[in-house]
Design a protein around this ligand. Structure first.
Ligand SMILES: *Cc1c(COP(=O)(O)O)cnc(C)c1O
Length: 397
């Protein structure tokens, strides 16, 4: 490719600048906005070049299951934001998790995971991977010691989400990296809720970061996507699996997410500020038993969250009195908040986890994760908190 290579010397750039500029390589047209290369394959100059591209002797694009310039642009930008050596984009967040496991694990090996991870991740680890000889021990409570106790000689990955979904439990990334490394395992952090705008797990000792780009990285609820970030030696293995097995991100989705990254920092700051306002308001409502938000001093890991994250993030969960009936009443009275399981959008969403996102896991597992019937989760967007409060007040009243 010709044109100005704006990837030169990004070393001194701050997060905000990287989010707007990193990874862009202009074509011969010198376009200002990132080009969308909606092509599945690439043409070679001659037979020798085709052979060299296929063998890897010459760098360059071959086929979009392997690489595509728009996807590469996204990967470089996200790697820069996470402070990672490399990033591999995937079709969805779940594809990122599956590809990581398939790339780095063998049958007979073991995962230690926090119980409070995304419902589909629990399903994958708990019901699908055992068919291939990969077992998972879920850690319910007991903090760092419980993770240490769950380690086995064949443990390959320690997998956490922080803050967790939906209870916003915060895990000490540096301490868990120590536990994982002492046992010869890798620490994998699902950084979906914070994004690199609020939290950089690699700097705290994590080995790999998982993203559901579907959430805040896109930021406007348009496309599905995922990513794995970390040292090149690890992401190369993920890439080998991806190019063969095919859970690749489409160039169109990559382009949408790339443009989403440009506003990530301002969105995360504004949505976190709105979430704090909502959490404070909810805590003052008599019908609310408890609010789960890392930015509130009442959160059990508030101090850790404030050390590890730039703010509390945009997810607030709360328990209403009266169980499922009252929780559903709040949901059914919403006219502004969207009733949807998605999160990470500029539009605020409300979810009843026990009957939706966590509905497929067993009642015992749900109880162990603390997903009670009165629990609601809001993913706070960019609307005015006053309007959101008026909407919730109708159902709470
Ligand atoms: C949504 C989500 C995922 C899965 O991502 P998809 O893009 O839906 O496959 C994984 N982890 C967390 C924390 C999520 O919220």
């Amino acid at each position: 490719m010709s044109g100005v290579d704006t990837r030169l010397d990004t070393s001194g750039w701050s997060f905000e600048t990287l989010a707007v500029r990193a990874g862009q390589e202009r074509s011969q047209f010198n376009e200002h906005s990132e080009a969308l290369y909606l092509t599945s394959s690439f043409v070679f100059d001659n037979a020798a070049q085709a052979a060299a591209r296929f063998s890897g002797a010459e760098a360059g694009n071959v086929y979009a299951r392997f690489t595509n310039p728009t996807v590469t642009n996204l990967q470089e930008r996200l790697a820069a934001l996470e402070g990672a050596e490399a990033c591999i984009a995937t079709a969805t967040g779940m594809a990122a998790i599956l590809s990581t496991v398939m790339a780095l694990m063998n049958g007979g090996e073991h995962i230690v995971a926090s119980r409070s991870i995304f419902g589909a991740t629990q399903q994958l680890f708990g019901t699908i991977l055992p068919r291939f000889g990969v077992e998972t021990t879920f850690v319910d409570q007991g903090g760092i010691e419980a993770f240490r106790a769950a380690m086995r000689p064949n443990t390959k990955l320690v997998f956490i989400e922080t803050p967790s979904n939906p209870l916003t439990e915060v895990f000490d990334i540096a301490a868990l990296a120590g536990v994982a490394h002492a046992g010869g395992a890798l620490l994998v952090v699902d950084n979906c809720f914070c994004t690199p705008a609020l939290q950089r797990p690699l700097q705290l000792g994590a080995d790999l970061i998982i993203h559901s780009a579907t959430k805040y990285l896109d930021g406007q609820g348009r496309v599905l996507g995922g990513a794995v970030c970390g040292a090149k030696a690890l992401t190369e293995e993920v890439f080998k699996f991806l190019r063969t097995a095919g859970p690749t991100l489409s160039p169109f989705n990559a382009w949408v997410i790339l443009k989403g990254l440009e506003t990530l920092s301002v969105r995360m700051q504004a949505q976190s500020a709105n979430a704090l306002a909502m959490a404070q308001w909810l805590e003052a409502q008599p019908q609310v038993v408890r609010v789960f938000y890392p930015g509130l001093p009442s959160h059990p890991q508030h101090a850790l969250a404030m050390r590890q994250q730039a703010s509390g993030g945009a997810i607030v969960s709360f328990e209403v009195r009266g169980g499922r009936e009252e929780a559903w009443r709040v949901v059914d009275n919403c006219r502004l908040l969207s009733i949807t399981a998605n999160l990470g959008d500029t539009k605020t969403t409300i979810t009843h986890p026990a009957s939706t996102t966590h509905g497929r896991i067993s009642a015992e597992a749900r109880a162990a994760s603390g997903i009670v019937e009165g629990l609601l989760r809001i993913a706070v967007g960019l609307e005015s908190p006053a309007d959101l409060q008026a909407d919730l007040a109708r159902g709470l009243g």
